[in-house]
Design a protein around this ligand. Structure first.
Ligand code: FAD
Ligand code: NAD
Length: 483
């Protein structure tokens, strides 16, 4: 191990490993320190996203969706199956194999690009020195021209619901239940609560989701959030809003343990017994112990590292990216920040466009959006036009028997520039990329309307919604007849 590098990255999650690979591509000598280990205690790369986040959750979401389709959706299509059964150990083994393949892939990418992977803990000292504690406890002092902090985030815990074994769990535990819980409680109707609540509900759990806020998904467009809530409830997710949990008490012993849940809502004190409980009330930056007192980097009161729009901290040559800094805690946001920082270190001048970060909730239908919501535009007093198109009027959605939801486009009333796009529907996560590209290129709704879309596709709903902004969607009767 050499002791001086051009770049040292602390954290090999999506933000850190993108930064490290790009820095090495640009000819900088680069080391990436990560302390994550798998169940066998072996070092693993990829951080939360690959190991306990995006990838394992999507493996279970996709598998559980296929199970529901096979059990309840195929007959209508004229496909007869025998009894469809769930095999949780096989489902988990496949999920684990997908994760293993991808984390191993990062190790190969590091090797191929010349990134030195250091398994252990990193701590920033003064003058861009890094204290590296290897897995055997050996401590080394490394130095770098640039240090990129990418230590990510961990789940928030709340005093009324401390984690207990595999009974009261966070998202990591909920990705590995050994069997389908009969009754499952979820605290928090955010992204994780909805995604993992959906997984286990599809597999047969009776799921109750307790959300402290009165509003459902307040960060999403109100109209689509309302439609999504109705659909999710129809699927069996019992979402209770305005429910603040006051106690989660594990009772009984051995395999018979259950959780007595108590919460307050508008009607008073409520209670429920569940077999398992997922606590999904947000994540917080993993910045404790990351900085020596004289490191010269500022942490705010919530633990986030303070950075400017280029992810530079106040300390020259020290940068911070991903969940450790302000902005949405999303893998792709961290990836782009990591690449931006590596390129800035190499003297390039890229930017991250924070106005065009897509958000996706991978339920079925999926909910995806980019840019402003209608309620934000109203609050800003910014005049806008709306175009919306339901998948129920899409030939492809009808052919696929998957017609829930709609596309909604918000465009500036004066310039017609696209300000926000919201999609509730099958493959919304894929469709939203078109909207992100449109916004990156400063497209108007008319530009989208003038673009040719393949027929029959779900993407045509985006086209029709864009035409609808001007009041002339073809496959629906337009109430507003403009232009
Ligand atoms: P992380 O991925 O958290 O990685 C940080 C790494 O740094 C970890 O390996 C950690 O061990 C290591 N580390 C920390 N401190 C030190 C130290 N001092 N020394 C050495 N190593 C250290 N986002 C999406 O965009 N799409 C999704 O579908 C999605 N699904 C998710 C599902 C779940 C269940 C969860 C929990 C999260 C999901 N996320 C999703 C969020 C996404 O995982 C995070 O936004 C992303 O992983 C953050 O990347 P990061 O590189 O900043 O940090
Ligand atoms: P979240 O912020 O999305 O949702 C947490 C929810 O819990 C909120 O609605 C909050 O009001 C509620 N809550 C907080 N305290 C509560 C209490 N005491 N009782 C009841 N409800 C309470 O957080 P999350 O779902 O834990 O996800 C964490 C982060 O991980 C998210 O910010 C998201 O960016 C990221 N993530 C992204 C994806 C994705 O992109 N598809 C998937 C999973 C996670």
């Amino acid at each position: 191990m050499q002791d001086a590098y051009d770049v040292i990255v602390i954290g090999a999650g999506p933000a850190g490993y993108h930064a490290a690979i790009r820095a090495a591509q640009l000819g900088l000598s680069t080391a990436c320190i990560d302390r994550s280990v798998d169940d066998a205690g072996e070092p693993i790369l990829g951080g939360t996203c690959l190991n306990w986040g995006c990838i394992p959750s999507k493996a279970l979401l996709d598998a559980s969706h296929k199970f529901v389709e096979a059990r309840t959706g195929f007959a209508e299509l004229g496909i007869r199956t025998g009894a469809v059964e769930i095999d949780v150990p096989t489902m988990m083994a496949r999920k684990n194999a997908v994760v293993k393949g991808l984390t191993g892939g990062i190790a190969q990418l590091f090797q191929g690009n010349g990134v030195t992977a250091l398994a252990g803990s990193g701590r920033l000292l003064a003058d861009r020195q890094v204290e590296f504690t290897a897995r055997d406890g050996a401590v080394a002092r490394l130095s770098a021209k640039h240090v990129i902090l990418a230590a990510g985030s961990i789940p928030v815990q709340i005093p009324p619901a401390p984690l207990v074994d595999d009974i009261v769990v966070d998202s990591t535990g909920a990705l590995s239940f050994p069997a389908v819980p009969g009754r499952l409680g979820v605290i928090g109707a955010g992204v994780i609560g909805l995604e993992l609540g959906s997984v286990w509900s599809r597999l047969g759990s009776q799921v109750v989701v307790l959300e402290a806020l009165e509003d459902f998904l307040p960060m999403a467009d109100e109209r689509l959030a309302r439609d999504a809530l109705r659909i999710f409830r129809g699927q069996g997710l019992d979402v209770r809003l305005g429910a603040r949990v006051t106690e989660a008490r594990v009772q009984g012993s051995g395999d018979a343990r259950t959780v007595a849940l108590t919460w307050q809502d508008a009607s008073g004190t409520q209670s429920l017994e569940v077999d398992r409980l997922i606590v999904a009330v947000g994540r917080r930056p993993q910045s404790e112990g990351l900085l020596a007192a004289d490191a010269g980097v500022t942490r705010n009161e919530r633990g986030f590292i303070e950075v400017n729009e280029y992810c530079a901290t106040g300390c020259p040559g020290v940068w911070a990216v991903g969940d450790l800094v302000r902005g949405p805690m999303l893998a792709h946001k961290g990836m782009e920040e990591g690449i931006m920082v590596a390129e800035r270190i190499a003297g390039h001048k890229p930017l991250v466009n924070y106005a065009a970060v897509p958000s996706v909730i991978y339920t079925h239908p999926e909910l995806a959006w980019v840019g402003k919501t209608e309620q934000e535009l109203k609050a800003d007093g910014r005049p806008y036009n709306v175009g919306a198109f339901p998948f129920a009027a899409s030939g492809r959605a009808l052919a696929a028997n998957d017609t829930q939801g709609m596309v909604k486009i918000l465009a500036d009333a004066e310039t017609d520039r696209v300000l926000g796009v919201h999609v509730l529907g099958a493959q919304a996560s894929e469709l939203i990329a078109q909207a992100v590209i449109a916004m990156e290129f400063d497209a108007s709704a008319e530009d989208l309307g003038l673009t040719m879309f393949a027929h029959p596709t779900l993407s045509e709903a985006l086209h029709e919604a864009a035409l609808g902004v001007a009041g002339h969607a073809i496959h629906m009767v337009n109430r507003k007849k403009r232009g």
